[in-house]
Design a protein around this ligand. Structure first.
Ligand code: PHE
Length: 338
């Protein structure tokens, strides 16, 4: 009987080795290790054996089962390996991979981030306010009278509710002073909207960066020094900066700032880049009224404010001739700035 076990084992192993797929292998498993296997049949005869024979047969059966199991596992693995290598047979692993298109920052974002970086070094914190504004925050609190041309329906986008799309980021000056006490030193980059005729230098949406510093004893020289430093950091050490007297309702005195620059491929010339001035005491008056205190006492509180066009900066920096390119999302244009 021990020889029979041996024979069954040999037969099983050759059947397993001949199995050419998983189904054939499973059939062999059922045949040789299943309930009705010849080994089980042999085991059933064990009870008729003598006490000396029994353990011998037992050992032979165990050894046969063990060997069959090992052979099954080995065959299963080799079938799997063959399937794996067949599935990658025609794969050329030396072929170059398909390139994923790499994104890049928008030129406006690059310029805005640089401007923020420079101004944060000077101690300005970031502030923000809503783009849908009240007339109070956009105009009245900024000392802009009801008959000011900027408030015309033809210049500003109004909603039926009476709110409007902010025409400048100066409204963030008001928003900030309403909730913070002096000293205040903030910048507020963001979008602004005007009903402009669209052409190469005008869009109905554009981007500004507002600055506000309020404290005791803030002087015009602080404003000049800060902005000169800023534009030199932005455009180079030798950049000339000019302050031209101007008028804004919310600053007194007021200036426009020109920077002498060479737009790529052109002669150097003065380019207007910002408006600025010393905060008009009337603005502090409106803030106190709105807050119901005297935290911005016009007798002792001073400050400066500036507002620069970011689209303009990006156009100068990169020699972009048409502002509309900044909003068209044409990747052929945008990918040049990566
Ligand atoms: N808000 C002004 C504009 O949009 C710019 C400005 C900001 C002027 C702050 C003075 C002070 O033209």
């Amino acid at each position: 009987m021990t020889e029979q076990a041996q024979k069954i084992k040999t037969e099983a192993i050759s059947a397993i080795e001949a199995a050419c797929d998983e189904n054939a292998l499973e059939e062999a498993r059922v045949k040789f290790l299943g309930k009705k296997s010849p080994l089980n049949a042999l085991a059933a005869g064990m009870k008729d054996l003598s006490p000396e024979e029994k353990p011998k047969l037992g050992a032979a059966l165990n050894e046969a089962r063990q060997s069959i199991t090992t052979a099954l596992e080995a065959r299963k693995q080799s079938l799997q390996d063959a399937a794996d290598s067949a599935s990658v047979e025609n794969l050329d692993i030396t072929m170059p991979a398909r390139e994923l298109p790499q994104g890049s920052l928008h030129p406006l974002t690059i310029v805005k981030d640089r401007a923020i970086q420079i101004l944060r070094r000077l101690g300005f914190a970031l502030a923000e306010g809503p783009e849908i504004e009240t007339e109070f925050h956009c105009f009245d609190a900024l000392n802009t009278p009801a008959d000011h041309p900027a408030r015309n329906d033809s210049d500003t986008f109004y909603f039926d509710s009476g709110k409007l799309l902010r025409t400048h980021t100066s409204s963030v000056q008001i928003r900030t002073m309403e909730k913070q006490d002096p000293p205040i030193k903030i910048i507020a980059p963001g979008s602004a909207y005007r009903r402009d005729e669209i052409d190469a230098t005008h869009l109905s949406v554009f981007n500004q960066l507002e600055g506000l510093y309020v404290n005791k004893d803030v002087r015009l020289s602080d404003l000049k020094g800060t902005l000169e430093y800023f534009y030199r950091a932005m455009f180079g050490d030798k950049t000339e900066v000019r302050f031209r007297p101007h008028f804004f309702p919310f600053t007194e005195p007021s200036f426009e700032i020109d920077v002498k620059l060479q737009v790529k491929g052109e002669e150097p010339k003065w380019i207007e880049v910002a408006g600025c001035g010393m905060v008009d005491p009337a603005v502090f008056g409106s803030i106190n009224e709105s807050r119901g205190d005297n935290a911005f006492d016009p007798a002792t509180t001073t400050g400066y404010a500036f507002g620069m066009g970011l689209d303009r900066l990006a156009m100068i920096q990169y020699g972009i001739k048409d502002i509309r390119l900044l909003i068209e999302n044409d990747t052929r244009f945008l990918s040049q700035f990566s």
